[in-house]
Design a protein around this ligand. Structure first.
Ligand SMILES: *Cc1c(COP(=O)(O)O)cnc(C)c1O
Length: 379
């Protein structure tokens, strides 16, 4: 079922999810249990306690690993819990290079939590490989990147960055939340760890919060597996089931998200009220060539710049189908104002986002309905 000969669309439906051996149930059961009966003390080889392992979580972990082309998968209670667990691989004094345009919660975790534990961070423009090279120190242990970034939609050249840090004891971890493995598979480009907020495209239905990691290195997997149990930020079986359920349609959803988003990006690019559209599927994107090379689809996320912050406020409160909400990647379209919403924690920092920026998460509704909604909101 996990055979890499299968295409992603097939793995999404079958990997880690053989029919239930007891009943033949085709859907993975929700093993809503905290503990497991053992035959004899200390000899048990199977499941023991659900923080350590749970069969519904195992199915999700195996499925995610297969989709990313990884040997190992791990699931967590949220995307941030997954990032937090990765950060616990490191020690006081270790240095991290991180893109200067990241998810606000990642910035907050690094600067407001991990800095207190003696980690240091350099925030650099990852599109400029020379500045990455210049940021490397003897104590650098991690390069953390998002691509495309949230919300500025800048791309990082994963293979190029892997090459840039080669020969140094630096792990490359990619937050691939904006893409999902249907668009890019960072492990195949040489990254050590890929991470997702499964709250977004993997779950895809705005009904569960979760995070996942996939990787190939057995030693790092063993450490992360230890930390997953030792720290304990695990998802419950119901949430694992919901993400597994969502994953089955990942391929068709991403294709439709991308088709809708491309049409909407083209419409917005021609609209007089819109100053700039930032979307990897448009030729006007400064890294369009890299997007073509690295991404199978341009994805469902679009950022636009309007003339004034007031115009942005007006737009996000006037759409009817595009709901004003944080988060992204669900079947329903969302719109938001990053400066005051998702990225408020960076507002006073060096990496603040423009006040005139509006971010769209394009859903899989009928595209004409979505276009009309935006046309009316901008009129
Ligand atoms: C949402 C998000 C996260 C955090 O995930 P949660 O599930 O909300 O904890 C991390 N990175 C990116 C790019 C995100 O969009």
């Amino acid at each position: 079922m996990n055979d890499p000969k299968y295409h992603l669309d097939t793995l999404a439906i079958h990997a880690g999810q053989p029919p239930d051996p007891v009943t033949g149930a085709i859907m993975t059961p929700i093993y809503q249990t905290s503990t497991y009966v053992q035959a004899a003390p200390a000899e048990h080889k199977g499941y023991e306690y659900s923080r350590t392992d749970n069969p519904t979580r195992t199915a999700l972990q195996e499925c995610v690993a297969a989709l990313e082309g990884g040997q190992y998968g791990l699931a967590f209670a949220s995307g941030l819990a997954a990032i937090d667990t990765i950060m616990r691989l490191f020690n006081p004094g270790d240095h991290v290079i991180v893109g200067n345009d990241v998810y606000g919660g990642t910035y907050r975790l690094f600067e407001r939590v991990y800095r207190r534990y003696g980690l240091t961070f350099s925030w650099v423009d990852l599109a400029d490989l020379d500045s990455v090279r210049a940021a490397i120190r003897p104590e650098t242990r991690l390069l953390w990147l998002e691509t495309p970034t949230n919300p500025m939609m800048r791309l990082a050249d994963i293979a190029g960055l892997v090459e840039t840090v080669r020969g140094h004891p630096i792990l490359v971890a990619v937050d691939s939340t904006f893409c999902s493995p249907a668009i890019q598979q960072p492990l195949r480009l040489g990254a050590d760890i890929v991470m997702h907020s499964s709250t977004k495209y993997l779950g895809g239905h705005s009904d569960a919060v979760g995070g996942v990691i996939a990787l190939n290195n057995e030693e790092i997997y063993t450490q992360l597996k230890f930390l997953q149990n030792a720290v304990g930020a695990v998802p419950g079986p119901m949430d694992c089931f919901l993400v597994l359920r969502g994953l089955k349609t990942l391929g068709v959803r991403i294709e439709r998200h991308s088709q809708n988003a491309l049409q909407i990006a083209q419409f917005l690019e021609d609209h007089p009220a819109v100053q700039q559209v930032i979307y990897p599927g448009l030729e006007s994107h400064p890294q369009y060539a890299l997007a073509r090379q690295q991404m199978r689809f341009p994805g469902g996320m679009i950022s636009i710049l309007l003339d004034t912050p007031e115009a942005g406020r007006r737009m996000v409160t006037r759409t009817k189908l595009f709901a004003l909400a944080e988060s992204l990647g669900g079947v329903e379209s969302l719109i938001e104002h990053p400066y005051s919403m998702t990225h408020a924690s960076t507002a006073t920092s060096d990496i603040a986002v423009p006040k005139t920026l509006v971010r769209l998460s394009v859903g899989i509704e009928n595209v004409e309905d979505l276009l009309n909604d935006l046309r009316e909101a901008l009129s």
